[in-house]
Design a protein around this ligand. Structure first.
Ligand SMILES: *Cc1c(COP(=O)(O)O)cnc(C)c1O
Length: 465
């Protein structure tokens, strides 16, 4: 038996033979020799393990070539590539949150392959500050005295806590001790930043006197946190911003708000009740407010601290800033996005325009898409226009679906909704679709221009297989 296995091992083609094939040469050009070699080495050792379990294993070069071909093709695809978002979740964290406006993309391309004014004053030919590229624009769009940018909102919160409240107490309501996306938990971030958390109130109700009684000589900050991904209903109470601002002011401590999403227009323009814009948060007395660039703001991943000049200056001189600084492509995209806001052309920002779409327009788009699908795939499946629940997503506007329209697919041969979804994910341009009651659904709200054609291509490729 051992002899048989040994014989079988000997029938495996040598690495040199595999590498010298013409078709492998093509992959060496595409992937590089080292990659091809290490894939083949790994494949051969996998096959050796299989031979130990099954001495009849097919060791022919054809079988090995076929397997190698599949691995090479998978390896050649870029890992980070575009997908069609047909889930109806506008700020989809796993799909990269916000899509940039065309102008922002152009700004990125302009500086990406070239030298730029990242830290350079053209007037004087001296060193400039990258923060000043966007600070003035941020002040105009939020009404803040000063502002500063870092890598993301999590970094903005860490920066504020460690620079302003290291070793001191920070008061937070128990109703706001949230976890966002698994890795951002307010109590842990506090600890990491060297601040001491003072919890006040209860999960559902916190009153001004709870805060007032918790202030000690060690207190440096009152922190209000947007609950982002959950909502408490029923017997609830929280303290109005103005009252917290007054309390902080009386005690000479900082009132900070972590707004999360960064709405730069008034929420009623989007039909989102109860969400406050950054301008409103500042005008109601927050000393500083932190927010993300790639949630409802609709720009690149960036974190902003906006507010009082004295506090922002203190943050700017913090050592930790150097570790959180933003790169030129992000700044280019952010500057361009802010300029769109200042011109009032918010429909040019994909996240905002997706949220602003009228229900009727979505219905029409779903109808147009359904008839296109019916024409292309007659007899293959049934396509119906149905009302769906879309979502803002990204931990913004939680637990409140927004009404949208979609196209459901039934009477087809692609199996369960889960199976159908996974087939679509593996297409050349992956399509991420929604599902409800074991029925696959393309939500139209989150489709970009041209995405309908990409979905049709994907379905076509499934038919060809
Ligand atoms: C999303 C969010 C964060 C984290 O922001 P990132 O941009 O993911 O770093 C922090 N706080 C709140 C309230 C949030 O909603």
């Amino acid at each position: 038996m051992i002899e048989k296995i040994k014989d079988k091992m000997r029938t495996l083609p040598a690495m040199d033979i595999l590498l010298s094939q013409d078709w492998v040469e093509d992959w060496i050009i595409r992937l590089g020799r080292d990659t091809v070699k290490s894939i083949l080495t790994e494949l051969l050792s996998g096959i050796r393990r299989q031979i130990l379990e099954d001495e009849e294993y097919d060791t022919s070069i054809d079988n090995i070539n076929a397997q190698a071909q599949r691995i090479f093709a998978g390896e050649a695809k870029r890992k980070l590539r575009p997908v069609v978002n047909a889930t109806g979740v506008v700020i989809h964290t796993n799909l990269g949150r916000s899509c940039l406006a065309a102008e922002a993309v152009e700004a990125v391309c302009d500086v990406a392959a070239s030298y730029s004014t990242l830290e350079y004053e053209l007037d004087t030919g001296t060193r400039g500050s990258r923060n000043s590229l966007v600070e003035g624009l941020l002040c105009r769009v939020t009404g803040a005295e000063a502002a500063l940018v870092v890598n993301n909102n999590a970094a903005a919160v860490v920066l504020c806590l460690s620079a302003l409240a290291n070793g001191a107490e920070v008061i937070v309501s128990r109703g706001e001790l949230v976890e966002i996306g698994g890795s951002f938990r307010i109590p842990d971030i506090m600890k990491f930043s060297g601040a001491k958390l003072t919890e006040v109130g209860t999960t559902n109700r916190t009153h001004l006197k709870d805060y007032a009684e918790a202030v000690t000589n060690e207190t440096k900050m009152i922190l209000k946190v947007h609950p982002s991904n959950f909502r408490i209903e029923g017997f609830t109470a929280s303290v109005p911003r103005e009252e917290l601002a007054a309390l902080a002011n009386q005690n000479g401590i900082v009132f900070m708000e972590d707004a999360g999403s960064g709405l730069l227009i008034e929420a009623d323009n989007l039909g989102l009740e109860g969400e406050d814009s950054i301008r409103k948060i500042i005008s109601e007395g927050a000393d500083i407010v932190t927010f993300s660039g790639d949630k409802m703001l609709g720009g690149p991943q960036i974190g902003v601290v906006a507010g009082k000049r004295g506090i922002i200056n203190k943050l700017k001189s913090s050592q930790i800033m150097r570790a959180f600084r933003v790169d030129k492509m992000t700044l280019a995209a952010f500057e361009a996005t802010l300029r769109i806001y200042l011109r009032g052309e918010v429909e040019k920002i994909p996240a905002i325009s997706m949220l602003k779409q009228e229900n009727e327009a979505l219905g029409k788009r779903a109808n147009r898409f359904a008839s296109l699908l019916r024409k292309k795939f007659k007899g293959t499946a049934k396509f119906s226009v149905i009302p769906v629940d879309d979502a803002v997503g990204g931990g913004a506007y939680p637990a409140r679906p927004i009404k949208g329209w979609g196209v459901s697919v039934t009477e087809h041969d692609w199996g369960s909704a889960g199976n159908f979804q996974s087939l679509l994910r593996l297409c050349d341009t992956p399509v991420v679709a929604g599902a409800k009651d074991d029925c696959l659904i393309f939500h139209v709200r989150t489709l970009l221009n041209g995405d309908e054609e990409k979905i049709i291509e994907a379905l076509n490729s499934l038919l060809a297989d």
